[in-house]
Design a binder for this molecule. Structure first.
Ligand SMILES: [Zn+2]
Length: 206
């Protein structure tokens, strides 16, 4: 297969029918039994319902449109020509390989081309893509592309640092090991000085 996956996956466009809530809860019961427990014991009776609710929250990003968040912009008439930087945007996502949480912070900068976004909108874009099944690499790229295209930014830089539960729990990473990913688009990709300033300003503070 050489066709590229579309950036945004919406449940409505998936080829298979979306299972019902009852089917989702049955699936959780099956997993509980497969794990070796008894889904009918009192402590687990409400678990399928809670897991279905939790999935609704963890994966609410499928229903949201990140680019639409960036359509409400402000004109920036003063000719601001440096990057706008948001650091330490906390996020929590789930790895697409184990449905295990990974969480950390994103540092995002963009260079406006006459239009600036409300600051909360950048954090919202991070949240929308985080609330899907992800790899950290894909997540980083999707956020950068959405901001570049949705905002018409002249450049976008992003660094994400996260701890992956599936790595820690399975002993693949030493405890405390962090995964770092980055993406530089437009002027950040072309201009090493700009990139260096961004990296210096987002360096982990101890
Ligand atoms: Zn994993």
């Amino acid at each position: 297969m050489t066709t590229k996956q579309p950036l945004a996956t919406n449940l409505a466009t998936l080829p298979t029918r979306r299972p019902t809530r009852a089917e989702a809860e049955d699936a959780v019961r099956t997993l509980l039994a497969w794990a070796g427990d008894d889904p009918s014991r009192p402590g687990l009776l409400q678990t399928p319902e809670r897991v279905a609710d939790a999935f609704g929250e963890y994966f609410s990003g499928y229903k949201a449109d990140a680019r639409a968040e960036l359509t409400a912009t402000f004109d920036e008439p003063q000719g601001y020509d440096d990057f706008v930087l948001l650091t330490d945007i906390a996020f929590e996502s789930h790895c697409e390989h184990h449905i295990a949480p990974f969480f950390g912070v994103a540092h995002v900068a963009y260079i406006p081309d006459g239009r600036i976004a409300g600051l909360s909108k950048i954090a919202r874009v991070v949240d929308i893509y985080a609330r899907r099944l992800q790899t950290q690499e894909t997540l980083t790229g999707e956020i950068a592309s959405a901001i570049e295209q949705g905002l018409g930014a002249k450049g976008v830089a992003i660094i994400m640092r996260a701890r992956h539960h599936c790595m820690a729990a399975r002993g693949v990473h030493p405890p405390g090991g962090m995964t770092h990913t980055s993406r530089f688009l437009g002027e950040f990709s072309a201009n090493a000085n700009l990139r260096d300033r961004f990296v210096a300003m987002t360096r982990e503070r101890t």
